[in-house]
Ligand binder design. Sequence first.
Ligand code: CO
Length: 134
Amino acid sequence: MKVKKISHIAVAGNDAEASRVLYEDILGLTFNGSEPVETEGVTTHFFGVGESNIEMLEPLSEDSTVGKFLGKRGPGLHHIALEVEGLDEYVLKLKSAGIVLLSDEPKIGAHNMRIIFIHPKSTGGVLVELCEKV
Ligand code: CO
């Protein structure tokens, strides 16, 4: 069981091209691909920063989770993701500590990672994702 690194910092927005211009053209980050994640109702756009990424989240529809987030709060920080080894053990440990998770079991997210989210009310207000390579 180990937290290896910050996998990504996710920012929700509606203008993926403006984000691409900023992160890739102007700041010179490496574009690491776009990927629709149908189960989450988003397209993810990854920009490499060292061993981490900025993940731009673009909703596939207004009634998706990220679409609702944007409707309510506007563009901004959506979640922080930590890459771990031993995700299932972490899930058990979190549950036994009474930490609130958004789902009962990890799901498959972008880049073929198993992911689970910790509810903001258990983290001091920031949605936190734990992810593990499949
Ligand atoms: Co994420």
